[in-house]
Structure formats: C-alpha cells, structure tokens
Write a protein that binds this ligand. Structure first.
Ligand code: CP
Length: 306
C-alpha cells in the first residue's frame, strides 16, 4: 500500500519537500496557476476549536485549486456525542480525499491519521501548528530574503507555535532564541528533539539579550480562551511583552511577526503590532498560499510541487 502523505508536523516531512512547498507557494502567489489541479477532490475540515484564519484560508485554498470543502464541528456531528476520532477517520475516508483536523490533543490527531486511509493535515494541536509556520517562513523570506542563518527571537510563552518554530529552525537552518519565564519554557521533549536534530535553539529569561541583533521578533497570545490562570499568566509574562524599546534592540531591518489573533497591550503593544516593522497582515495572508502547496503535496505528491 502506498504510504500516505500526512502533514502532521514540520519534523515529519523532509526539508527538501518543505523548501519545494515554499517555492511553489511563492510562485502561485505571484503568478497564479494550478486552478484545476484538485478538481474532483474534497477536503473535510474538522474543528474541535475555533478558527478564523485556518478555516477560511484552507477553504479558499481548496476552492481556488478546483476542489471542494466540507466542515465538521463537534456540535453538528457525532464527534460531539462520543463517536471516536478513529471511527470518524474511517467514515470520512469513504467520502472525501483529505482531512484537515484542529484539536487540542496531539493524540487525537495521531488517532485520526492512524485510522484514516487518506492524508491528514494538522490544523493546530496543543503541541504544534505547522501550517502557521510554513506561512511564517514564507512571509519572512518574501519581505527579507532567505531565512537561512538568520536569527528569530521568540518572547513569551513557548507554546505550540514556538514548538513548530523549533522544528522549522532545523529544517530551514536558522537560529531560534526564546525568552520566557521559567514556567513557560519549552518542554524537555522539544528541546531534546532540537538537540538531536542540530537545531540552534537557546532559552533564556532575558528578553533584551534574546532580541538583540535578531532579524525577526515573534510572540503569541498569552491567555487562551477560558484560561482560569489568566491573571497569573499576565503577571509572569509582563516582562516579555514586545514593545518599541525591545524592538529597537533587534537588527535595523528586523520584522515583527504574530500568528494572530493578537491582544494589543498583552503580548505586544499596539505601537509594535501596527507599526512599520510589523508584517502580520502579510503573514495572515500567506496562510492561503502556504496551504495551497500543502494540499497539492498531500494529494499529488512531488507532481503537485512540479
Ligand atoms: N493563527 C491561526 O491559526 O488563526 P486561527 O485560530 O484564526 O485559525
């Protein structure tokens, strides 16, 4: 049986393929093309968590490649009444060609991929957000040139998005520095992965030292929906807020990135979010283009990236 091309994480696809995906994404953004490449194919998107960007960008990407989309949410499907993820995977595999799944749990994603007989794309778990970082690397290269050997500085909670940045640092060959309070630092699991794979990743409690000379400064939301620990998190993360003073420590042409949604005044000031170094709207827009090449690769393999 042919091995399925799942897109589960940036460490599960080889660096050469990831680079080809970014090249194809940039080409399609600039010149169009592939409007009928996925004609007759259907993508099922399963959302156990809310989404604006992932939902709309995947839907538009699939449609602009000639395909169709169906969307499932727990409230409107048997997933919400206890049908298992594995059974859902087996059912969807009878009807559609590809699944994009957003879930809190990495084990749910792996259960979906194990049981499906069609490719599965990770649309975010608590462990990682690989589609986002494909768009982020694409964006950095679009506005500032090759990311190879550049320095990306992360300030704040070293969360699922930071994990995918760590994977990307090995796959695309850049340095990734993290400034976080003790309780929000990367897990042993991801740091062990970084070490094993030669990723240049460092962790400190000093945001100024971390950002100094960096080519890109990145942060993410401090407080997730319904987080009972919101006040405690804000207190611990306050010294890691990205403000104009901190941005001034970065390289002259440094850019500011954020996967959105952003909460101005928490993880970054409005002055930075809406300032001249911010590339957040290009970054959000590139979700569409980056995901087109992921869809093409999952469904057509190397031929989709030719
Ligand atoms: N960045 C991101 O994944 O946005 P959504 O949660 O809106 O999909």
């Amino acid at each position: 049986m042919t091995e399925l091309r799942h897109f589960l994480d940036l460490d599960s696809v080889d660096a050469e393929t990831l680079r080809s995906m970014l090249d194809v994404s940039a080409r399609m953004k600039n010149a169009g093309g592939n409007e009928t490449a996925l004609a007759g194919k259907t993508l099922a998107m399963v959302f156990e968590k809310p989404s604006t960007r992932t939902r709309v960008s995947f839907e538009v990407a699939m449609q602009s490649l000639g395909g169709k989309v169906v969307i499932l949410e727990p409230e409107g499907s048997q997933l919400g009444r206890g049908e298992t993820v594995a059974d859902t995977a087996r059912i969807l595999s009878q009807y559609v060609d590809l699944i994009m799944y957003r879930t809190s749990s990495e084990s749910n994603l792996l259960e979906m991929a194990d049981a499906a007989s069609i490719p599965v794309i990770n649309g975010l778990t608590d462990w990682s957000h690989p589609c986002q970082i494909m768009a982020d690397v694409m964006t950095y290269e679009e506005v500032a040139g090759s990311i190879s050997d550049r320095v990306v500085a992360w300030c704040g909670d070293a969360n699922n998005v930071a994990n995918s940045w760590i994977h990307a640092s090995a796959q695309f060959g850049f340095e990734f520095r993290i400034a976080s309070p003790e309780e929000f630092r990367p897990t042993t699991r991801i740091m062990d992965w970084a070490e094993t794979h030669g990723a240049r990743v460092s962790v400190s409690g000093d945001p100024v030292a971390t950002v100094t000379g960096a080519d890109c400064v990145v942060t993410d939301t401090w407080v997730s929906m319904g987080d009972a620990e919101a006040a405690k998190r804000r207190t611990a993360l306050e010294p890691f807020r990205v403000n104009a003073e901190l941005m001034a420590r970065a390289a002259d042409k440094a850019v500011f990135m954020h996967c959105l949604p952003v909460y101005r005044g928490d993880e970054a000031t409005a002055e930075v979010v809406d300032g001249p170094q911010s590339v957040i709207w290009t970054e959000a827009g590139n979700r569409l283009h980056a995901q087109k090449s992921i869809l093409l690769w999952c469904l057509l393999g190397g031929a989709g990236l030719a």
